[in-house]
Design a protein around this ligand. Structure first.
Ligand code: MG
Length: 353
């Protein structure tokens, strides 16, 4: 369907949000165009009862237990990258922050910061991608906001998502639950997202395209927790990669974390491109990876549950918790040599998520 140009809005177009090819300042003014955008695009796509009510606040059913609450803003550049886009990222990122706390993600808000002139059909693609990812994760996008920045004062689209999940009162996880002898697991290859986005941004001409791992992990995490109910700690491995999470775990703790170099799954292309780009895959970002620390007697069951899940086929036990050195994350090679896995100091890849 061809659309009228910006200058000639058509009253006969069925989808009022699409009367314009591009986002206009008035789409964020709180007036008629804002309402049209909300109703014709956001409400129509996200399609749930609390959102349809268009009240000041969504009124939501409370299944009981404690509330987990997380927020994240997304500015990834480019907004569409191999294996995903900013919409999938915005939903999966917040779902994963809730899921790693042991919560069942249920509700989400979505706030859009749009740049004047942003392509309307691209916004529609982003919104559809958010809906598809929300459905995949079983969450409803029940509230939202739209603001428009003047041309040149944004970069197309930024999205903030805030999510709510519920967790039973007896869920007990955290670095204080971790003990020497525990096993460290990841659900697959590390660094895919960071390197995929970077390769696209750098315009690398790749024979085989590497894809981002961006995915909602609540299903995989639920499957693990069914067979390994005493998971000690979980965290999604995002910015700063494995190095950041490993260091967060051991920070000020009376134990260390040891990673076996050869046990860490890294995609062959990530190895190659990270060398080309001068990036350490252990520091590169992921958007569909979780690090779990599990009691040794539950490690094999947790591994099996992950391998049986589409987002965990290349899961691995990558290391363990050691008594000494305390407060340090180490990488051990096959030859027994060790190096400290340093906390990343500065971001290798700005605007990766
Ligand atoms: Mg997180």
């Amino acid at each position: 369907m061809s659309r009228p140009s910006d200058a000639a809005p058509s009253a006969t177009t069925a989808r009022a949000a699409s009367r314009y090819d591009t986002v206009r300042l008035s789409h964020g003014s709180g007036g008629k165009l804002t309402l049209e955008l909300i109703e014709e695009l956001f409400v129509a796509t996200f399609s749930n009862e609390p959102l349809k009510a268009l009240t000041d606040a969504a009124i939501l059913a409370n299944p009981g237990g404690r509330i987990a609450f997380a927020t994240d803003s997304h500015t990834v550049k480019p907004a569409f990258f191999p294996g995903g886009d900013i919409g999938r990222l915005a939903v999966a990122g917040t779902v994963n922050d809730l899921a790693v706390m042991g919560a069942t993600p249920m509700y989400m808000s979505a706030a859009f910061l749009l740049e004047e002139g942003y392509d309307m059909s691209e916004l529609e693609r982003v919104v559809r991608s958010m809906k598809a990812t929300a459905d995949e994760a079983g969450v409803a996008i029940v509230a939202g906001d739209t603001k428009v920045l003047e041309r040149g004062h944004g970069d197309g689209v930024f999205i903030n998502t805030t999510g709510v999940g519920f967790l039973a009162d007896d869920v007990l996880m955290g670095v204080d639950q971790v003990r020497p002898g525990d096993k460290v697991l990841v659900n697959g290859t590390l660094g895919d997202h960071g390197i995929a986005v970077m390769s696209r941004r750098e315009g690398l001409d790749l024979a085989i395209e590497l894809e981002s791992d961006v995915a909602p992990l609540n299903g995989l995490i639920e499957a693990v927790r069914r067979v390994a109910p005493n998971v000690r700690f979980m965290r999604d491995v995002t910015r700063g990669g494995l190095a950041a999470v490993a260091n967060e775990v051991v920070h000020r703790q009376a134990y260390g974390l040891r990673v076996f170099d050869v046990a860490v799954p890294v995609h062959e292309l990530v190895e190659q491109y990270s060398e080309m780009l001068g990036i350490d895959p252990f520091l590169a970002a992921n958007e569909g990876k979780v690090l779990l620390i599990v009691a040794p007697e539950e490690a094999e069951a947790a591994l099996g549950a992950m391998k049986a899940h589409p987002f965990g086929r290349e899961a691995a036990i990558i290391g363990d918790i050691v008594k000494k050195p305390e407060g340090v994350a180490l990488v051990e090679t096959a030859y027994g040599s060790r190096r400290v896995l340093e906390m990343p100091i500065e971001e290798q890849l700005p605007r990766i998520c």
